[in-house]
Design a protein. Structure first.
Length: 88
């Protein structure tokens, strides 16, 4: 078996010089987070999404499942439950 890759350890912030810590803080402040990620992060604070968010996700997957079923039924012209090249 090949050797497992070596994962570098994160440096301890207590060992950073004040200049390096200042640069890290500036980089963090200048970081731009897209609004949808910020909204998603706000929704799952505490590790649990709210009920509305779960309902929206459930609706989305129900819609896509229904659409996929309709698409499959359109392709399966002889209604044997299998889509073949002849069906297309």
């Amino acid at each position: 078996y090949p050797a497992a890759p070596v994962v570098p350890e994160m440096p301890s912030f207590s060992t950073l010089s004040s200049a390096a810590y200042e640069k890290l803080q500036q980089a963090r402040e200048s970081l731009v987070i897209p609004p949808f990620l910020r909204e998603f992060n706000d929704q799952i604070k505490g590790g649990f999404p709210n009920k509305r968010r779960l309902d929206v996700v459930q609706e989305f997957f129900k819609y896509t499942e229904d659409e996929a079923r309709c698409f499959f039924n359109e392709l399966d012209r002889n209604k044997d439950g299998v889509v073949t090249l002849e069906d297309m």
